[in-house]
Design a protein around this ligand. Structure first.
Ligand SMILES: [Zn+2]
Ligand SMILES: [Zn+2]
Length: 259
């Protein structure tokens, strides 16, 4: 029984395929639930700044229409949900949340790709390095974001790169894990990062999560329809987690939160 709440669309400019192809790949792959969570638009206050790995606010309407129409069309085959993968940026989160609410989104997952408000991320680095100050800000910002009660889970919670000492990493990520545990908010083991051998999933992080007893979900982070059929990779991730003493949270135990 597969489910996936982390699915992208071509609107983010680095994913391929039509929305329908993702749905059909999921049905063929035996999924009972598919959540679209493409990279959200953001409302930056810095004039002229926009990141190109996300849709624009104007593209939201087409995204919503497409997902809702597939949801109806395929209702007897698969449950489809409408969401965003969203960063929590203090300056603009209210606008983003209102946008999602105005279209009656089903959920948001937090993918905190940058700290601060993105365009000012360098303010949190020391001499351009992702050091202690950066890691502290990352953890604070994830917790502040979760405090809005707008997020269903945290995607790749271990995305923050930190090359410093392990004790400091454990202390800081321990705060993130403890907060998520207290609130029963699942953490995502990211299959795309695993497949591409990125810095995440970071074994040091998952040791902490195992000790903390967090709820854990697998996220396909699909940027191509066929990635929803990588069951060998899925089983590999499950085995990896099980070996660390982590079992996946069944879908029934995940609280899908309306933004
Ligand atoms: Zn992406
Ligand atoms: Zn992401």
């Amino acid at each position: 029984m597969y489910y996936n709440l982390h699915t992208h669309t071509y609107r983010c400019h680095h994913a391929k395929g039509t929305d329908r192809e993702y749905v059909e790949a999921a049905i063929q792959g035996g999924f009972k639930l598919l959540g679209f969570s493409d990279h959200c638009p953001q409302f930056f206050s810095l004039p002229g700044y926009y990141s190109n790995f996300r849709m624009t606010p104007q593209e939201t309407e087409d995204y919503v229409k497409s997902v809702r129409s597939l949801q109806k069309e395929y209702a007897s085959d698969i449950k489809i949900l409408l969401g965003f993968e969203a960063e929590y940026y203090p300056e603009s989160f209210d606008k983003l949340r209102k946008l999602a609410q105005s279209y009656d989104f089903d959920y948001l997952i937090m993918g905190q790709h940058f700290v601060g408000n993105e365009y000012d991320e360098n303010d949190y680095k020391e001499h351009g390095i992702y050091g202690k100050r950066y890691l502290v800000r990352y953890v604070d910002q994830v917790i502040e974001g979760l405090q809005t009660n707008a997020f269903t889970y945290v995607a790749h919670p271990d995305i923050a790169y930190f090359g410093g000492d392990k004790a400091f990493y454990t202390e800081q990520m321990g705060r993130l894990c403890a907060y998520a545990k207290e609130r029963n908010i699942p953490l995502e083991f990211n299959m795309l990062g695993y497949e591409n051998k990125r810095d995440y999933p970071n074994p040091a992080f998952w040791e902490i999560a195992a000790k903390t007893g967090n709820r854990v979900v697998l996220g396909f982070d699909a940027h191509q329809p066929e990635k929803l059929q990588t069951h060998v990779l899925y089983e590999d991730c499950v085995a990896k987690l099980n070996a660390m003493g982590i079992s996946l949270t069944p879908f029934e135990n995940i609280k899908i939160v309306k933004p």
